[in-house]
Ligand binder design. Structure first.
Ligand code: ADP
Ligand code: MG
Length: 224
C-alpha cells in the first residue's frame, strides 16, 4: 500500500532576529493508511512543530513532505487549505472551540469549508455529536461544558468531514484520567475503522499502549 505520509530529510527552522531555531532536523519516516502512531519527546523537542507540518499548516524549510502523494511545498495556500479541510482533522490540548457557537455549530463548521449544504451539515454534525455521546449538549456553548465534554465536541468537529488523517496534539493533557480515557477510546475506535491517527503524548501509559512510537529529541527522530 502506498504511504499516506512520507517525510524525507525534513528540516524546520524558525527564522528569528535573536537567532534561528532549528525545531526539526533531518526527520525521515513514512506512515501507511490505517496506522496509529504516537509522537513522544520532552518539551521543546519539536512535537508540535512536526504536528503542524504533518497537518499542512506549515511547510518544511528543507527536505520534502509528501501527503497523499503530493509534495506539500508545491501547493498554493488555497490548495493546502482545501487539502486540510477535506483530509485532515485536528485536536489540540486546549480544545479551541469557538466560544460563541453551540456544540452543534462548532461541529458543523468544518463542513461549511467543504461546501456541504446546510441541512446535510446539521444532520452529519448531530450524528457526530451522538457518536461522542453529547447529543444532549448540542445547544450548549463551550463554557457550559466540562473539559472532557469540550474535548469530545472537538473530536466530533475533527472527524465530521471524515478525514484521512487525524492529528491530536496532547489531546488528554488538560483532562483528568476518566475524561482522558474517553478521548483515547474515541481515537482508538476511529483508528479501528481504518483511519490514520497520529497522537502526540506526554503520558507514558498512553504511549505504551500504541502500536508504533516516534521519539523526538532536540528536533531529531531518535527512535521509531
Ligand atoms: P514541543 O511541542 O515538543 O514542546 P515545539 O515544536 O513547540 O516543541 O518547539 C520546538 C522548538 O521550536 C522549541 O525550541 C521552540 O522554542 C521552537 N519554536 C516553536 N515554535 C516556534 C515559533 N513559532 N517561532 C520560533 N521558535 C519556535
Ligand atoms: Mg507541543
Amino acid at each position: 500500500m502506498s504511504n499516506l505520509i512520507e517525510l524525507n530529510h525534513v528540516e524546520k527552522r524558525y527564522f528569528r532576529k535573536g537567532g534561528d531555531v532549528t525545531a526539526l532536523a533531518d526527520v525521515s519516516f513514512a506512515v501507511k493508511p490505517g496506522e496509529m502512531v504516537g509522537i513522544v519527546g520532552h518539551s521543546g523537542s519539536g512535537k508540535s512543530t512536526l504536528t503542524r507540518l504533518l497537518g499542512c499548516l506549515s511547510s518544511p524549510t528543507g527536505g520534502q513532505y509528501r501527503f497523499c502523494g503530493r509534495d506539500v511545498a508545491t501547493l498554493s495556500p488555497n490548495e493546502r487549505a482545501a487539502l486540510r479541510a477535506r483530509k485532515i482533522g485536528f485536536v489540540f490540548q486546549d480544545f479551541r472551540l469557538l466560544p460563541t457557537l453551540t456544540a452543534l455549530e462548532n461541529v458543523e463548521l468544518p463542513l461549511t469549508f467543504c461546501g456541504v449544504p446546510s441541512a446535510t451539515r446539521r444532520r452529519r454534525a448531530y450524528q457526530m455529536l451522538c457518536a461522542v455521546g453529547l447529543e444532549h449538549r448540542a445547544a450548549h456553548r463551550p463554557f457550559e461544558l466540562s473539559g472532557g465534554q469540550q474535548q469530545r465536541v472537538a473530536m466530533a468537529r475533527a472527524l465530521v468531514a471524515r478525514p484521512k488523517l487525524l492529528l491530536a496534539d496532547e489531546p488528554t493533557g488538560n483532562l483528568d484520567a476518566r475524561a482522558g480515557e474517553d478521548v483515547m477510546n474515541l481515537l482508538t475506535r476511529w483508528n479501528a475503522r481504518g483511519n490514520t491517527v497520529i497522537l502526540v503524548t506526554h503520558d507514558s501509559r498512553i504511549a505504551a499502549a500504541l502500536p508504533r512510537i516516534l521519539h523526538l529529541h532536540d528536533g531529531k527522530l531518535v527512535l521509531d
